[in-house]
Design a protein around this ligand. Structure first.
Ligand code: PEP
Ligand code: CO
Length: 408
């Protein structure tokens, strides 16, 4: 608890910060950060406070969350048309569930700031040349030459401008909705990975004190979700709802430690646990649920059935199979209901375009991946697949809720 009193927006610098680029032009880096620090934030404290309010309904078992969007946003693919198509897709997913289950669904986009990517290695060999890896458009370029791969601070300004414009577009669509209510809003979220950039958005305000104006909700990725990580340190001081990606290797001890840091007063709806365990879920998730229940931690349980189900197809494409995604969704819901917990929603990587990145026993084979494979990062569901997964989630939810009610 005492740690809370020593938090400052830059106290993360006393901890080990993984996944950070190596900026060589320090003067330019400082100039860019100073500029962002003075600039307008991307979301408002009022909107973030509204999200917290809505999440309380999820925590109380009355509403659900759909968190979805690109694995990484890019500079070159950005367009107003694309943002419109994304919003329409997210709304369709929302309406599918709302109509079938008569439950409100919160739309949380992986958008307006989802630019930085965690990587397994910091360099790679291309044509016998060692290059720094691509870390997302906010940091470096995808092209395989040293110029593109060198971390460029000016990219943070481009990311900021695109995020701001995207957020303005989303706000404009919200206003156009006829039956306006809080559930029409598209809230924004991204992984808080690039720490100096994230720090520049931490502001103080009389609505919710210290908060991040970079997004309504931020998440801590699998590779930085450790009790002593600089990322946990930064996020523990802000009022925004925080999601933690939880992989199969996470111990209940570490998870409890992270939760205690992020939410020392055990506030309702502050912490979302995004479970991404793949085939290990049946063995690992029950342990964590028992620990969380025993310690009486207030958390919202979400499933990310994609990130632990990535593999290389025989033709070299990085892909995911809908069969594995369905299996993880079903196992997640089965376990959550078995332990009398509430399934708060689903986290997916989707594209509003007809991409061919995930395979599907009925409609998409490995051979078809090459037709429209576009991702620079992880394979995403196309709209048809995204709706199919949403439907599957919804029907499983019905099935396990019903069977659970009969048993209990
Ligand atoms: C992601 O959500 O794109 C991601 C990298 O997830 P994770 O940290 O769970 O691997
Ligand atoms: Co991803």
């Amino acid at each position: 608890m005492t740690e809370l009193f020593t938090w400052t927006p830059d106290s993360w610098k006393n901890y080990q910060a993984k996944q950070q680029p190596d900026y060589q032009n320090i003067n330019e880096f400082n100039r860019v950060i100073a500029q962002i620090q003075k600039a307008e934030v991307i979301t408002t404290a009022t909107k973030t406070a509204n999200l917290l309010q809505l999440l309380r309904q999820v925590a109380n078992g009355e509403a659900l969350i759909i968190q979805a969007g690109d694995c990484a946003e890019s500079f070159s693919e950005f367009s107003e048309i694309r943002v419109t198509a994304f919003t329409k897709l997210l709304t369709k997913m929302q309406q599918l569930i709302t109509k079938a289950l008569d439950k409100n669904v919160i739309k949380l986009g992986r958008i307006a700031g989802q630019f930085a990517k965690p990587r397994s290695n910091s360099s790679e060999i291309v044509n016998s040349q060692i290059l720094p890896v691509y870390r997302g458009d906010i940091i470096n370029g995808y092209a395989t030459n040293i110029e593109a791969r060198t971390a460029d601070p000016k990219r943070m300004l481009l990311a900021y401008k695109q995020a701001q414009y995207t957020a303005q577009l989303l706000a404009r669509f919200d206003k156009q909705e006829v039956n306006k209510d809080a559930y029409q809003t598209t809230f924004i979220s991204h992984e808080a990975l690039l720490l100096p950039y994230e720090q520049a958005f931490i502001r103080q305000n009389n609505i919710i004190n210290w908060y991040s104006g970079a997004a309504d909700s931020l998440w801590i990725g699998k590779r930085t979700a450790e009790p002593q990580s600089a990322h946990v340190e930064m996020l523990r001081g802000i009022a925004n709802p925080i999601a933690i990606k939880v992989c199969a290797d996470m111990t209940s001890d570490d998870l409890i430690k992270i939760i205690d840091k992020i939410n020392p007063y055990n506030l309702t709806a502050k912490v979302m646990l995004v479970i991404r365990m793949g085939a290990h879920i049946s063995k690992q998730l029950p342990k964590l649920i028992r620990a969380i229940t025993q310690e009486k931690k207030s958390v919202i349980w979400l499933t990310d059935p994609m990130h632990a189900n990535t593999y290389k197809a025989s033709n070299g494409y990085k892909t995911r199979s809908l069969t594995a995604i369905y299996a993880e969704v079903e196992n997640f819901l089965k376990i959550i209901h078995h332990y009398n917990c509430y399934a708060g929603g689903i986290h997916l990587e989707v594209s509003p375009l007809d991409v061919t990145e995930c395979i599907d026993a009925n409609y998409m084979s490995e051979e078809q991946l090459s037709v429209n494979y576009q991702t620079l990062c992880d394979p995403r569901l196309n709209p048809q697949q995204a709706l199919a997964v949403t439907k599957f989630f919804m029907s499983c939810l019905q099935k396990y809720q019903i069977s659970h009610n009969i048993i209990s």
